[in-house]
Write a protein that binds this ligand. Structure first.
Ligand SMILES: Nc1ncnc2c1ncn2[C@@H]1O[C@H](COP(=O)(O)OP(=O)(O)OP(=O)(O)O)[C@@H](O)[C@H]1O
Length: 284
């Protein structure tokens, strides 16, 4: 396994406000990592640092390069997308394809044509004549044809309806992703990426509050539905979250042995959304 991104003590301040506080994480080759956090947590700031679009302090290595100093070399290996539903409206599809061919040295035109042939998109159509879903398909065809080692996606499916959002991720998995590449994606829609991710990072107020593989999460976090009589026993084991479901209590535990918990009730894996809520409230 090789490391694609390594952040060590990464910090960023805007004036006296510290948007990133000594952040450490790695992204390995062949991984799909979700960077998830509430508004203002610092996700975009991390992506901008990775893409060499903002200054920072601390160490940051992306594909062996230092983004703040080697942006040009980096852009030949990295592909970045924010919001697939937007492309210039006046452009014709073939002009969009020509544009990417010119600006990206690793764009594979045949591959793009192959993807577009599978859609109803005509090369002579203008972007403004396409539906939102078709714009997303076009965007995806362009992205998947760039032979980049790292794909960075910032809220890529914003503005798309659920069908296209699912389709977007399915296609990305089937046609783009392989063990030689990595994807780093920020999103608010945790539910729709949860089955896709290999690794998960939660960020809150400029600090990383969870950084785990999905496998580790399954081992470390367990939910138990407990009858009211056993509620005190459950509380004694320091759950990280409690909620009411149909008159019973559901407790979420971190790092508590399964044997201990099995005595209280049936064990479940929490959804990433529930884990997110727990981690965002922890200590507040
Ligand atoms: N140019 C800037 N000047 C001052 N403060 C900034 C600037 N850019 C970001 N910030 C602040 O830094 C913090 C982190 O912002 P960032 O955009 O990274 O958050 P985010 O997690 O991407 O949020 P969102 O989900 O809303 O896009 C926020 O409090 C934001 O107000």
């Amino acid at each position: 396994m090789s490391t694609i991104i390594r952040a060590n003590g990464l910090s960023k301040s805007y004036g006296s406000f510290q948007a990133l506080k000594n952040v450490n994480f790695t992204v390995e080759r062949g991984k799909i990592v979700g960077l998830v956090g509430p508004n203002g947590a610092g996700k975009t700031t991390i992506l901008k640092a990775i893409l060499g679009l903002t200054s920072y302090s601390g160490e940051l290595d992306v594909l062996g390069l230092e983004p703040s100093k080697q942006r040009h070399q980096l852009m030949q290996k990295v592909c970045f997308i924010a919001d697939v539903a937007v492309l210039p409206k006046w452009m014709k599809v073939k002009e969009a394809v020509e544009f990417v061919t010119e600006v990206h040295p690793h764009f594979n035109l045949d591959r793009a044509k192959h993807f577009l042939n599978k859609t109803n998109i005509k090369l002579n159509s203008k972007v403004k004549e396409l539906s939102k879903g078709m714009v997303a398909q076009l965007h995806l065809a362009l992205v998947m044809s760039i032979e980049a080692e790292l794909l960075v996606l910032d809220e890529p499916t914003l503005g798309l309806d659920i069908l296209y959002r699912k389709e977007f991720y399915n296609q990305l998995l089937a046609e783009f992703f392989d063990e030689g590449r990595s994807i780093l994606v920020t999103t608010h829609q945790i539910e729709e990426v949860e089955n896709l991710l290999t690794d998960l990072i939660f960020i809150r107020d400029g600090e990383i509050v969870l950084d785990s593989s999905m496998e580790e999460i399954g081992d470390k976090y367990v939910e138990v539905m407990v009858s009211r009589e056993d509620a005190e026993k459950a509380k004694a084991l320091n759950p990280v979250m409690e909620r009411d479901v149909f008159g019973r209590k559901v407790y979420l535990f971190e790092g508590v042995g399964r044997e201990q918990l099995e005595a209280l009730g049936e064990l479940h894996s929490p959804s990433v959304a529930d884990l997110f809520v727990a981690k965002m409230k922890e200590g507040k």
